[in-house]
Design a protein around this ligand. Structure first.
Ligand code: HAM
Length: 429
């Protein structure tokens, strides 16, 4: 029989690596919540139409990358390729966007049928934020500052912030006309992909990775000349706020993004350490989307972080130690086992955050110590018949230095509290 395997581009995360993921997610969420964002939980499956109408019919995501299927009723559904569309859909459906400021965050798997490579997967994970009801550049700047704080709490350095303004719809229409005229003049230099996009989504040609197209792209009219005054003021306002906050950025006029809903501000955080898949976080403003999906006109801005890519950039946290239990409780003999069962529950009650594995399945001292060692626990707590009779426990360090000591229960609780606290801090500092 053929061996069963996970789907290409979709990966398991195993312990101890899961501990790194959890630490990373908790830190990001804490930073996001420090700016007043509240969690929203959204379905993984939505009507295909939602993504076609928001991300855009002629984007790579909708044309080529969605996992789309008919359910048993014959409805066309898709696994979400991103979170913004679902968040806006929920806002309109539940009416929580109207006349109110809302700051929301979400986390979870997204699905795109792309060609898998390092940093690019078919199931990947995002943490994203969306802010509704704020039209000015202050919230754009605040979100960029939030990103900066996230890199800081994760200990990630050296990311480059790229920003651009895509203007508003009329600006883009005017620019599109001029761009198409320019590209038509150089039709012979375009590749098949660009020729196709010339008719459907010419702005995306600016994003082409084909070096042969570089000269034509370099010579294309500059978009910022087409910005309306309002859009230009918004962009200038954003840059002023970033300067004021001491955030370094690079203006990249070629930054156009692969989703159609953006206007005005777009930004990406990029690293050179991940090869071709260097964008770890991306977002921007999408003032037209709520109305486009049937809600009342509501300005909005957001971003999403690609967690697989961020995980690659984390400093050297010790996954083994992060994941491993604090203590393994060894008990030999009927009376010792009885005593240790109660003890284990009392310790979990009294030592906040304690990770305690109690031995299951009998075994000699030797066998139990072997399990304790394999568990990765920092300490063994040992109860023999003699200890059980006196209500004492032997605490024996399994890793690093330290003497073994016999303690009564209250001294043991105090000792474990100190050690657990110290251990959590030292693993990620
Ligand atoms: P996006 O640029 O499509 O934007 O994705 C955001 C981030 O998700 C990317 O920068 C990247 O780190 C990660 N990512 C995307 N595709 C993959 C993949 N195949 N494998 C691994 N990581 C990937 C959005 O999704 C927008 N919804 C962001 C946003 C929120 N804009 C406004 N609000």
């Amino acid at each position: 029989m053929k061996k069963l395997q996970s789907v290409r581009g979709m990966h398991d995360v195993l312990p101890p690596e899961t501990a790194l993921w959890r630490e990373m997610e908790q830190r990001i969420v804490a930073a996001v919540e420090a700016y007043g964002y509240q969690e929203i939980r959204l379905p993984i499956v939505e009507h295909t139409e939602l993504f076609a109408r928001s991300i855009g019919e002629v984007t790579d995501i909708v044309e080529k990358e969605m996992y789309t299927f008919r359910d048993r009723n014959g409805d066309s559904l898709s696994l979400r390729p991103e979170g913004t569309a679902g968040c806006v859909r929920a806002g309109i459906q539940h009416g929580f966007l109207h006349n109110r400021q809302q700051r929301l965050w979400y986390a979870g798997p997204m699905f795109r049928h792309e060609r898998p490579q390092k940093g690019r997967y078919r199931q990947f994970h995002q943490i994203g934020v969306e802010a509704f009801g704020m039209a000015g550049p202050d919230v754009d700047a605040e979100q960029i500052l939030l990103c900066r704080r996230i890199w800081e709490v994760l200990g990630i350095q050296g990311l480059r912030l790229e920003i651009n303004s895509l203007g508003d719809l009329p600006d883009r229409r005017a620019y599109r006309e001029r761009l198409v005229a320019h590209l038509r003049e150089h039709r012979d230099a375009l590749d098949a992909e660009a020729l196709r996009r010339l008719e459907t989504n010419p702005l995306r040609i600016l994003d082409s990775k084909n070096p042969a197209l570089r000269p034509v792209i370099e010579a294309a009219p500059a978009f910022h000349e087409f910005l309306s005054k309002a859009a230009r003021d918004h962009y200038e306002g954003l840059k002023r706020l970033l300067d004021e906050a001491g955030v370094a950025y690079v203006q990249n006029p070629r930054l156009v993004r692969g989703l159609d809903y953006y206007n005005r501000t777009v930004f990406e955080w990029v690293t050179d350490r991940l090869g071709a898949q260097g964008t770890v976080c991306a977002g921007g403003r999408y003032d037209g989307l709520v109305e486009q999906l049937g809600g009342r006109s509501t300005p909005a801005a957001g971003f999403a972080i690609g967690l697989e890519r961020v995980a690659e950039l984390l400093p050297d946290w010790d996954a083994e130690t992060l994941a491993s239990p604090d203590a393994y409780l060894v008990a030999v003999g009927a009376e010792a086992e009885r005593f240790s069962r109660g003890l284990a529950e009392r310790l979990r009650d009294q030592v906040p955050g304690l990770r305690l594995v109690a031995n299951c399945g009998d075994g000699s001292f030797k066998a139990q110590f072997k399990r304790a060692d394999r568990s990765g626990a920092a300490l063994a707590l040992v109860v023999g018949e003699e200890e059980a009779a006196r209500g004492m426990v032997t605490l024996k360090p399994l890793r690093g230095s330290g003497e073994q000591v016999q303690l009564d229960e209250s001294a043991l609780v105090a000792e474990l509290r100190t050690r657990v606290h110290a251990r959590r801090r030292e693993n990620t500092e």
